[in-house]
Design a protein around this ligand. Structure first.
Ligand code: XIL
Length: 370
């Protein structure tokens, strides 16, 4: 009799642990793809204890939301600031997480000095290449062997598929991208190297990125993956268009990553701004309809859309290496301040109290079935 009781107790315990094992993102998607989140400074320094608890429980990959961008790492020429980034990397190491570096070469959140001389004039191609090399080499070498992969170049292709006319492009020319990848490879030959961009489901952008990556590959440049920023809104992009890009990028022989995933429920002030961080619009009450709470009807539409996207990701686990949310909980999301400052958005899958929204259970169930 006693033996029988022990037996059922054991079965019960096993069943519980099974359920627990698949009741978090990182366990449910284990063997499929990594599940990541972006961390802000409050999380990196452990001030946001709830956010950190949630991160450790749910995610096995992290990326820094801001502190590894060049304006923070090298605010003045030759003066590097690594305190935040070191702490971020340490946190990832301590918790056995895949650490992603974001981002080496980006025209935004770059310090002004990077592109100009002491007279305020644009520097020459040679000087900018040298500064790029120094920045990449210093940063990538510091974390050599610790970072799984780097977003080497961010947002280099414009909405029409042509090169975005950034300072890097204007001063160096389109081969700045090639050099960025070469410098990164030299500094850490083992790290994966990615190209990352927004609006990647748009046909023109998709084709522009494919052409650029093909050129790099033809030149023998190592590109390991393409990051599709997943800054979704309720009206777009469609699952079909997003799928076309996952498939097309994968056909280049590179890994596909869904980076920066969030789904804003708020009205957009202007179509086609993608995730251009420089697009900023004045606050207006009517642009902030859910300040007092999100109606159930809207929440349900958002949750269904999240589930639909995860169904798509699960269909392509052979192509997708990682899915990373752009923030831990709703209160952390940059969507509360972009493209209109001071709004109340609900863009992530954990609410302001760090509770999982209903879609999480649906997504976990779906992952388990596959
Ligand atoms: C955003 C951060 O979330 C904000 O905190 C910051 O003010 C601006 O940048 N594409 C990217 C990210 O590659 O680095 C951006 O992050 C969002 C768009």
């Amino acid at each position: 009799m006693k033996k029988l009781v022990y037996f059922f107790l054991l079965i019960g315990l096993l069943a519980c642990s099974q359920q627990n094992a698949s009741s978090t993102f990182k366990s449910a998607f284990n063997g499929k793809f990594l599940m990541g989140t972006a961390l802000n400074l409050d999380q990196i320094w452990g001030r946001d204890t709830l956010g950190i608890q949630l991160t450790k429980k749910q995610f096995n990959s992290i990326v820094a939301e801001n502190c590894m961008k060049s304006m923070y790492l090298q605010p003045e020429e030759g003066q590097f600031f690594f305190d935040d980034a070191d702490r971020f990397v340490k946190f990832g190491e301590e918790n056995g997480m895949a650490i992603i570096g974001h981002t080496l070469v980006w025209h935004n959140q770059a310090p002004a000095w990077f592109f100009i001389d002491e007279k305020g004039q644009d520097v020459s191609r040679e000087v900018l290449l040298e500064r790029m090399k120094n920045h990449i080499t210093t940063v990538v070498s510091r974390y050599k062997g610790k970072i799984k992969g780097w977003d080497v170049v961010n947002e280099a292709i414009d909405g029409d598929g042509n090169f975005r006319p950034t300072k890097f492009h204007q001063i160096i020319g389109e081969d700045y991208i090639k050099y960025a990848f070469l410098f990164a490879q030299e500094a850490d030959p083992e790290a994966e190297l990615y190209y990352n961009d927004f609006s990647m489901a748009d046909e023109d952008k998709r084709n522009g990125v494919i052409a650029m990556v093909k050129t790099l590959q033809w030149q023998g440049v190592k590109v390991d993956g393409i990051g599709m920023q997943g800054h979704l809104i309720m009206s777009g992009p469609s699952i079909d268009e997003f799928e076309k890009s996952i498939v097309a990028f994968s056909e280049l022989g590179v890994k596909v990553m869904i980076t920066e995933l969030d789904l804003s429920v708020l009205p957009i002030p202007k179509p086609n701004i993608g995730a251009d961080v420089t697009a900023n619009f004045e606050y207006m009450q009517e642009m902030n309809p859910y300040a007092e709470g999100l109606p159930d009807s809207v929440l349900q539409v958002q949750q269904q859309r999240y589930v639909d996207f995860f169904r798509l990701f699960l269909k392509h686990t052979d192509k997708i290496d990682r899915v990373t949310f752009w923030g831990v909980a709703d209160g952390d999301s940059w969507k509360n301040d972009w493209p209109v400052h001071g709004r109340t958005d609900y863009a992530l899958l954990f609410d302001r109290s760090h509770q999982a929204k209903s879609a999480v259970a649906d997504i976990l169930k779906m992952a388990k079935k596959r």
